[in-house]
Ligand binder design. Structure first.
Ligand code: NAD
Length: 309
């Protein structure tokens, strides 16, 4: 039987995610939203491209959340995106309400699923879903680190005029401007980037990566969706095919990196059981200090979230 993947929120990120999932033949997709006609229309349109593209994965569009019942994976993209001038944190109160409503229902309909949260502010939305949905920590995670790392890799590729595929990188921390691109673990075909470009260029690329979401918002008037959807699909693929890829994802930390009780971006092993391992990198003092700053930011937002509860 085909895998069943629910995508909640049929906006920009949700529709692109659904499209990539079926194009990669990863499973049948149930696309849900609250706006009548939108999920149904998009799902039908994507099913009608199946004969041309050559996939058999079926898509259902619905405004009845109960139709996600029995999904193996649930991806939550429901929520408001940023507009120019806004930070991800500005979305907290409006998206908190949406997540608070969805989380218990996801638990009710898909108690055995693996939950991937995309809505912003990311680390806090995963924590909200966890608090109100009660998922075991290996089966709940957030997508951000793959996107941040992809942006970092894409900028390095442009700078050095080499294939993106030759570049390995790692971005840790919260999904915000305090994210921590670890340049020591960033290599081109195994060669550290410090040997390939001057420090001022590395610093400029790190800064562009930190502000990468805002750069797109400024251009588009809304937040990114091509790269975010591709990042979600890499997570789904690693889980459903039990690939055990090491990918940066927001995971619940319980002592790792000296952090207790918050969700934040760290490298994890993603396989059939979800987060099968949290990889603890040995950080240098300066890297740990940047991570601590990011932790403080996430904690401050967590306090704000608790006040909304
Ligand atoms: P969008 O406005 O295009 O789509 C959001 C959709 O959610 C809309 O269709 C809306 O009707 C729907 N929705 C609202 N409440 C719902 C509910 N209760 N149930 C089901 N659907 C509901 O926005 P987008 O560009 O797709 O972004 C979605 C979210 O993802 C935003 O919060 C955005 O900030 C976030 N995002 C996160 C990342 C990341 O790296 N984690 C990247 C890009 C976007």
């Amino acid at each position: 039987m085909a895998n069943k993947i629910a995508v909640i929120g049929a906006g920009h990120v949700g529709e692109m995610t659904a499209c990539h999932l079926v194009m990669k033949n990863l499973g049948d997709v149930v696309l849900t939203d609250i706006v009548e006609g939108i999920p149904q229309g998009k799902a039908l349109d994507m099913w009608e491209q199946a004969p041309v593209e050559g996939y058999d994965c079926f898509l259902t569009g619905t405004i009845n959340l109960a139709d996600i019942k029995g999904s193996d994976i649930v991806v939550v993209t429901a929520g408001v995106p940023r507009k120019p001038g806004m930070s991800r944190d500005d979305l907290l109160s409006v998206n908190y309400k949406i997540m608070a409503e969805l989380a218990p229902k996801i638990t009710e309909y898909c108690p055995d699923s693996i939950l991937i949260i995309v809505s912003n502010p990311l680390d806090i939305m995963v924590a909200t879903a966890n608090k109100l949905g009660g998922f075991p920590k290996e089966r709940i995670m957030g997508m951000a680190g793959i996107l941040d790392t992809a942006r970092f890799r894409s900028f390095i590729a442009m700078e050095l005029d080499v294939s993106v595929e030759s570049i390995q990188a790692m971005v840790l921390g919260g999904h915000g401007d305090s994210m921590v691109p670890i340049t020591r673990f960033t290599t081109v075909a195994g060669v550290p980037i410090g040997e390939l470009m001057p420090q001022d260029r590395i610093d400029a690329i790190v800064e562009r990566t930190r502000m990468g979401g805002g750069e797109i918002v400024k251009l588009l008037g809304t937040s990114a969706y091509y790269a975010p959807a591709a990042a979600v699909v890499e997570m789904v693929e690693s889980i459903l095919l039990d690939k055990k890829k090491i990918l940066p994802c927001a995971a619940l930390l319980e002592g790792e990196y000296g952090v207790e009780g918050i969700f934040m971006g760290v490298p994890v092993k993603l396989g059939a059981k979800g987060i099968e391992q949290i990889i603890e990198l040995k950080l240098e003092a300066e890297e740990q200090a940047m991570l601590d700053k990011s932790v403080e930011h996430v904690k401050r937002l967590m306090d704000e979230m608790e006040k909304l509860a």
